[in-house]
Write a protein that binds this ligand. Structure first.
Ligand code: PA5
Length: 447
């Protein structure tokens, strides 16, 4: 198996290689801080050696539960938000057949999501869709009181119980939550749901390789063993013992910090492979929540290309020069589609006849890279040999390790998210939640 690649050559120009390498000492020191646990937020470092410490028994338990759910249910609703949602969705979207869920003879149960919004129409349409279907629920929430998933679970649990009766419904609900505390833990213990644990020392956005991600991913029919194996290989490749010049996570962290210092305040994660859309959504949470604090942090944005070249291309090429681009490039797609010859050739595409669609895509990618670099957008390229569980496992761990190092280089605590509480406080005050009477008065005075 290969390793994913990182190429910063096309970022050089705006910054120099010497400037990137000037961060070597700090990047290594920050990687060591992660390893020895002496940095800020060190009670949330459980993700660091998660891949290499998952046991055979844990994997087998997840796979057994996935097998039971797959045999019992034609639809699985995965409930969760933020770190309890995006990693799972990203892996499944990247690796499953895009049209599997539309096919009558599917290999896998249909996976649908809830609890990641408060859309009344969304919930109505979901409950309508579930009517008459054999469905199960994987409810993921560390706290059990996050409004969005708690609301969705309350509604869907009732629907399941009304359809099957309480006892039967219990067999179709799995809770992934804290080992001891929280509302979902209490309910799961009372009801006797099958449960999995989110370790105390793993924050939501770093939790994809815990049961949070692994159970739904296994339900989707994806090999969690290959995913974990890929992550293990990247855990080794980004270890503190690996010299800076060979350590992909350290180089990525140093390059983006140097670009930030030089005035590039926005990082756009781009892909030319539409199935990677949600990888970017997960990455935005990872870097946004980890670095955007204390008045600092690169703003993480994303585009799907070539799609968004027809909407955001103008801005990227020609707008304010405060951006850099990190492109995830896939070397070999899974399937082959050739451009057919057309006698009339009204679209003028016969010059492409016999070529693979991927060759056209690759030239679009190269042409875009050259145009953007010429337009003053430094470019970092991450190469994925293939989109398979192994390389996706590598990619996830690479970004996580890079994020930990980068956050420490920026001198923030990459493992907290105090800013997320502000909207919740206002929402609870506006909804007159008991205990928020004071805030309620204060906020109403502002309206
Ligand atoms: O990264 C985070 O910590 C957040 O995104 C949480 O994962 C998210 O808010 C969900 O929280 P919980 O799992 O407690 O419902």
């Amino acid at each position: 198996m290969k390793t994913i690649g990182l190429d910063i050559n096309k970022a050089l120009g705006a910054i120099t290689k010497e400037q990137v390498y000037a961060w070597e000492g700090k990047a290594n020191a920050c990687n060591a801080l992660l390893e020895n646990g002496n940095g800020a937020g060190n009670d949330f470092l459980g993700w660091m050696h998660l891949p290499s410490s998952i046991t055979e028994a844990e994997l087998a338990d997840i796979e057994d539960t996935a097998r039971i759910l797959r045999s019992q249910c034609e639809v699985i609703v995965t409930i969760g938000i933020g770190g309890s949602y995006l990693g799972t969705k990203a892996v499944i979207e990247a690796l499953n057949n895009s049209f599997d869920w539309l096919q009558a003879k599917r290999e896998n149960p249909v996976l649908v999501y809830a609890g990641h919004n408060i859309g009344e129409d969304y919930l109505y349409e979901l409950t309508e869709y579930l009517k008459g279907k054999r469905f199960g629920i994987i409810n993921i929430s560390k706290s059990g009181t996050t409004t969005e998933p708690a609301l969705a679970f309350r509604i869907l649990k009732k629907q399941l119980e009304d359809t099957l009766g309480k006892e039967e419904a219990k067999q179709r609900i799995v809770a992934i939550t804290d080992a001891r505390k929280g509302a979902l833990r209490t309910l799961a213990d009372q009801e006797g749901y099958k449960t999995f644990i989110i370790p105390d020392n793993v924050g939501g956005r770093f939790s994809v390789l815990t049961p949070v991600g692994l159970l739904p991913i296994a339900v989707a029919g994806i090999s969690i063993r290959e995913l974990v194996a890929g992550a293990v290989s990247m855990e080794k490749a980004t270890d503190v013992s690996v010299p800076f010049a060979e350590n992909l996570a350290a180089i990525y962290a140093a390059t983006r910090n140097e670009l930030y210092k030089s005035g590039k305040k926005i990082e756009i994660l781009a892909n030319f492979h539409p199935k990677l859309h949600y990888i970017a959504e997960w990455w935005k949470q990872l870097y946004g929540e980890s670095e955007g604090k204390d008045g600092k942090g690169i703003f993480p944005a994303s585009v799907d290309l070539t799609t968004d070249l027809h909407s955001m291309g103008q801005w990227i090429q020609d707008g304010e020069r405060t951006i850099f681009e990190t492109v995830i490039s896939v070397e070999t797609p899974d399937h082959k589609v050739e451009v057919p010859m057309d006698e009339a050739d009204l679209d003028g595409l016969n010059f492409l006849a016999g070529k693979r669609v991927d060759e056209v895509n690759k030239m679009a990618e190269l042409g875009t890279q050259l145009a953007h670099v010429d337009g003053g957008v430094p470019n970092i390229k991450i190469t994925l040999p293939e989109v398979n569980p192994y390389y996706i496992g590598q990619l996830f761990y690479f970004f996580e390790r890079g994020c930990g190092i980068s956050g420490y280089m920026l001198e923030v605590n990459p493992f907290d998210q105090p800013g997320v509480e502000a909207y919740k406080k206002n929402m609870f005050a506006l909804l007159n939640k008991p205990g928020f009477e004071k805030e309620s008065e204060a906020i109403r005075a502002k309206l």
